[in-house]
Design a protein around this ligand. Structure first.
Ligand code: NAP
Length: 240
């Protein structure tokens, strides 16, 4: 069997205009793939495409809206791999359960969970049956935090969505990446000494770089015998 490669394959990264998704787009380009990125703000997409260069392209897509996803995928046409890294950062999931606002809590799953499933639904018309989908959750799924039970619950929902889809949509492969603390734009206002303190106890005592995590998505695209799995990239946080 030849060594797997992404050369000539088409990779779509929803959430590719910043952070982990941008790093996935960079890594896929380095593997020789043609890359299409999408996210909700057209100006962010255009700026990211300009930075990516090479054969990257992109379009605005709002994963909250099925019509937007349908138009996005219809505009792309046939492709091989979907990486879904879109996430918004409202804080409706955090806080005491006694004060939970259920409408806000439900809405907080709109992008990461329902958006991921809507993307899969509308991507199916164009994705190669021997391609792959990679979803994204986070280490809070397995390391719950005070005031954050919903982050654990919704993360678990994403991991198990990947497992369910892996059976339901086979031979399309479906997996998830579970990142730990990763220094994306989201962390830019957090003081470096606080980040250092948070990561000091890890077996790999530093915050992750988006490029570290991107390699997990690349493996899951290329690893043709891997499906229904969760690849944790957390510097060993799960162990300590
Ligand atoms: N960074 C970490 O430490 C960390 C740790 C664990 C898990 N994660 C998970 O990894 C994922 C990516 O995180 P990140 O740090 O890379 O975040 P990020 O830099 O904020 O990237 C999020 C991406 O999602 C897009 N997006 C947001 N709302 C969208 C919508 N409605 N439709 C389409 N795209 C949308 C954003 O672009 P627009 O603004 O243009 O929409 C952006 O491209 C998230 O699910 C996050 O929970 C991150």
């Amino acid at each position: 069997m030849p060594v797997p490669t992404l050369s000539g394959q088409r990779v779509v990264v929803i959430g590719g205009s910043s952070g982990i998704g941008y790093a996935v787009a960079q890594a896929a380009l380095a593997e020789g793939a043609q890359v299409v990125i999408g996210s909700s703000k057209a100006d962010k997409v255009a700026a990211a495409v300009a930075r990516l260069g090479n054969s990257a392209s992109g379009a605005a897509v709002n994963v909250r809206e099925e019509a937007s996803l349908k138009a996005f995928f219809d505009g792309i046409g046939a492709f091989d791999h979907l990486a879904f890294t879109a996430g918004d950062w409202d804080r409706a999931q955090a806080g005491p359960v006694a004060e939970l606002d259920f409408a806000a809590a439900a809405a907080s799953a709109e992008v990461r969970f329902w958006g991921a499933l809507k993307a899969v639904k509308h991507g199916l018309a164009h994705i190669s049956p021997t391609g792959s989908v990679t979803l994204t959750d986070g280490v809070r799924t397995h390391r719950p935090g005070k005031g954050m039970p919903l982050a654990s619950a919704f993360g678990a929902a994403i991991e198990h969505l990947a497992k369910g889809l892996a059976v339901d949509l086979a031979p399309l492969r479906v997996n998830a990446v579970c990142p730990g603390l990763v220094l994306t734009e989201v962390w830019k206002d957090v003081p470096a000494d606080r980040v250092a303190k948070m990561s000091a106890r890890l077996p790999l005592p530093r915050a992750g770089d988006p490029a570290d995590v991107a390699q997990a998505y690349i493996y899951l695209m290329k690893g043709g015998y891997t499906t229904g799995q969760v690849l944790v990239v957390d510097g060993g946080m799960m162990l300590v």
